[in-house]
Design a binder for this molecule. Structure first.
Ligand SMILES: NC(=O)c1ccc[n+]([C@@H]2O[C@H](COP(=O)([O-])OP(=O)(O)OC[C@H]3O[C@@H](n4cnc5c(N)ncnc54)[C@H](O)[C@@H]3O)[C@@H](O)[C@H]2O)c1
Ligand SMILES: *[C@@H]1O[C@H](CO)[C@@H](O)[C@H](O)[C@H]1NC(C)=O
Ligand SMILES: *[C@@H]1O[C@H](CO)[C@@H](O)[C@H](O)[C@H]1NC(C)=O
Ligand SMILES: *[C@@H]1O[C@H](CO)[C@@H](O)[C@H](O)[C@H]1NC(C)=O
Ligand SMILES: [Fe+2]
Length: 456
C-alpha cells in the first residue's frame, strides 16, 4: 500500500537519517503511484439527438454497420428513430435483435458468431446495458477472431489478457437510466458454469461515442426505470466510498498496467457526488411518472455522470455481491420485464444489499457516508460519526420502501441455506470487492447476505 507523507501522518518526531531515507523513498513511490486518471467516451446529449446517427456513420465512412438491440426494443421508438436516421442517410446495415436481457456467456457467443460471420466496420448498440455490453463483446471478438472466449475475461475466472488490437468504432445509444455502459470499458455477463456474473474490462472496449437522447427513456416501463435507477444510485455511492486511489495496491508504475478501477479519487468524486444529488432530486419522480421528461432526462444524465465516476473509481461490495445474487436465481420473475427466463434485474440485485453494505463500510470513512445520507435527505446535524452507517442504511431502506422494492433477498426466493453459495460466488469478484474501503472475511460476507434477507 502506498503510505506517503502527503496522505498519512504516521511519521515520528525523531528525524533520524533513516527516517529521512524513509520519507524520500515514499516520496519517490508517490511520484510513481499516487496518480489518478479520468477516461470516458465522448458523450453527446439532447432531445432527439439520435437522428444525427446516420450522419455520424456517413462521416465515419461506414459501409457495413451492425445494429444490435433486444427483441422488445426492436419494435419501440428508440430503435425506430435510429433506423430512420440510417435509412435517410443511405447507411447499409444489418440488425441483430437476439440480445439476451441480462446476457450470459452463451448469449455473448451467439452475438460474437453473428459479428464474425459478417465483416462489420462499425457497431451501433441501441438499448440498455444488456445490449451495449453484448455489442462491446461482439466487437472485441470479431476483431480478435483467434482468441478464446476466456482470454479477455477477468481473472481469476478468465485469463484477463490485455487487449492489444484495435477495435471497430462503437456508437452506444442508451435507452435506460442506467448502467452508464456508454461511458465504460466494461462488458458484464452471467457465466453460467459458475452461476455468477463476471465481465471483460479494458479501456479498449469503451464506446467511441455515447448518444444520450432522453426521449428514449420515456418508453421505459416503471420497474425498468426503478431498477436501472438503483444501479445509478449504487454506482454513485460505491464509487464515492471506494478505497481511496492512493491506498490501492498493487500500484503498477507503467500506465498501461493500471486498472480502469482506480479507487475513489478527486476527479471521480465530482461525478459520483453530482450523480447522487440528481438521483436524490429526480429518481422518485422519474419512476412514478413516465411522462415526466425533466425527471427522466435528469436520470439519463445522472447515469452518464455515475458511469464516469465508477468507470474510473470502481464499485465494491454491492456490485461484487450482486453477481451471485443474479447468477443463482431460480424462479424470480421480474415485474415489467418481458422476458422468458427467471431474472433478477441488475439494479435490484445490487441495491438489496446496500443498507447492510454501507452500514458495514461506514467506519472507514464516516464523513462520506454521512454526506451521502444527507444528500439523500437525512437530517445529519446531530448524528455522531460512529452512527453514520446506521443513518445511511435507514435512509436507503426508506428510499427503497417508497419505491416499492421487494423486501430483501428473501422476497426473491433466497433463504439462509443459500448463503454459502452466495458467498462462494462473491469470492472470485475481487476485481471489485478489493475496492471495498473495509477489508472483509467470508464470515463478514455471510453476515451481510444474512442482514439483507429482509429489509423492512
Ligand atoms: N458495462 C457496464 O458498465 C455495466 C454497468 C452496470 C450494469 N451492467 C449490466 O447491464 C445489464 C442491465 O442493463 P439495464 O439495467 O440497462 O437493462 P437491460 O438492458 O437489461 O434492459 C431491461 C429491460 O428493459 C427493456 N428496455 C430497455 N430500455 C427500454 C426503453 N427505453 N423502453 C422500453 N423498454 C426498455 C429491455 O428490453 C429489457 O427488457 C446487466 O447485465 C448488468 O450487469 C453493465
Ligand atoms: C416490451 O416490454 C413492455 C413492458 O416491459 C411490454 O409492455 C411490451 O409489450 C414489450 N414489447 C414486446 C415486443 O415484447
Ligand atoms: C453465418 O452465415 C452463413 C451463411 O451466410 C449462415 O448459414 C449461418 O447461419 C450464419 N451464422 C450465424 C451465426 O449467423
Ligand atoms: C450495523 O452494524 C452494526 C455493527 O457494526 C450491527 O450491530 C447492526 O446490526 C448493523 N445494522 C444493520 C441494519 O445492518
Ligand atoms: Fe451496475
Amino acid at each position: 500500500r502506498c503510505r506517503c507523507p502527503a496522505h498519512s501522518n504516521t511519521f515520528h518526531q525523531d528525524y533520524s537519517i533513516f527516517t529521512l531515507y524513509y520519507i524520500l523513498y515514499y516520496i519517490y513511490m508517490c511520484v510513481c503511484v499516487c496518480v489518478c486518471q479520468m477516461a470516458s467516451s465522448n458523450i453527446r446529449y439532447g432531445e432527439g439527438v439520435s437522428r444525427e446517427i446516420g450522419m455520424d456513420l456517413q462521416n465515419l465512412g461506414a459501409r457495413n454497420v451492425c445494429l444490435m438491440t433486444d427483441k422488445n426494443l426492436s419494435v419501440l421508438p428508440p430503435v425506430k428513430a435510429v433506423l430512420e436516421s440510417l435509412s435517410q442517410n443511405g447507411v447499409n446495415y444489418k440488425v441483430y435483435d437476439d440480445v439476451r436481457v441480462e446476457p450470459t456467456d452463451s448469449s455473448f457467443k451467439d452475438a460474437i458468431a453473428f459479428s464474425k460471420n459478417n465483416s462489420f466496420d462499425v457497431f451501433v448498440a441501441v438499448g440498455g446495458g444488456s445490449v451495449i455490453d453484448t455489442c462491446k463483446a461482439a466487437n472485441l471478438y470479431a476483431c480478435h477472431p483467434d482468441a478464446d472466449f476466456l482470454d479477455f475475461v477477468n481473472a481469476p475466472i478468465g485469463k484477463g489478457k490485455p487487449v492489444t488490437g484495435a477495435l471497430k468504432p462503437l456508437i452506444a445509444v442508451p435507452t435506460t437510466a442506467g448502467t452508464g455502459s456508454e461511458t465504460t470499458g466494461v462488458a458484464i455477463f452471467d457465466f453460467e458454469p459458475l452461476k455468477a456474473k463476471t465481465g471483460i474490462a479494458s479501456r479498449a472496449l469503451r464506446p467511441t461515442l455515447g448518444i444520450v437522447d432522453p426521449l428514449h427513456t420515456l418508453s421505459m416501463p416503471e420497474r425498468v426505470a426503478a431498477n436501472s435507477g438503483f444501479d445509478v444510485l449504487c454506482h454513485a455511492l460505491e464509487s464515492y466510498t471506494a478505497l481511496p486511489y492512493n491506498q490501492r495496491s498493487p500500484c503498477p508504475p507503467n500506465p498501461i498496467n493500471r486498472p480502469a478501477y482506480q479507487g475513489s479519487n478527486p476527479i471521480s468524486d465530482v461525478w459520483s457526488r453530482h450523480a447522487l444529488n440528481v438521483v436524490a432530486k429526480f429518481m422518485k419522480r422519474a419512476v412514478r411518472d413516465p411522462e415526466d421528461l425533466e425527471a427522466r432526462s435528469s436520470m439519463h444524465l445522472a447515469s452518464v455522470f455515475a458511469g464516469i465516476g465508477f468507470g474510473n473509481a470502481g464499485v465494491h461490495l454491492c456490485h461484487g455481491m450482486s453477481y451471485p445474487i443474479a447468477g443463482n436465481v431460480k424462479t424470480h420473475s421480474a415485474k415489467g420485464y418481458s422476458v422468458d427466463h427467471a431474472l433478477v434485474p441488475h439494479g435490484l440485485s445490487v441495491v438489496l444489499t446496500s443498507p447492510a453494505v454501507f452500514n458495514f463500510t461506514a467506519p472507514m470513512c464516516p464523513e462520506r457516508h454521512l454526506e451521502a445520507a444527507e444528500i439523500l435527505g437525512a437530517d445529519v446535524r446531530r448524528v455522531k460519526r460512529e452512527d453514520a452507517g446506521g443513518v445511511l442504511a435507514d435512509t436507503l431502506r426508506q428510499f427503497l420502501l417508497e419505491l416499492q422494492v421487494e423486501d430483501g433477498l428473501g422476497a426473491l426466493g433466497y433463504s439462509k441455506d443459500d448463503i454459502p453459495a452466495l458467498v462462494r460466488g462473491t469470492i472470485p469478484q475481487e476485481r471489485v470487492t478489493k475496492l471495498s474501503p473495509r477489508e472483509h472475511t467470508e464470515e463478514d460476507l455471510s453476515e451481510l447476505f444474512a442482514a439483507s434477507m429482509k429489509l423492512y
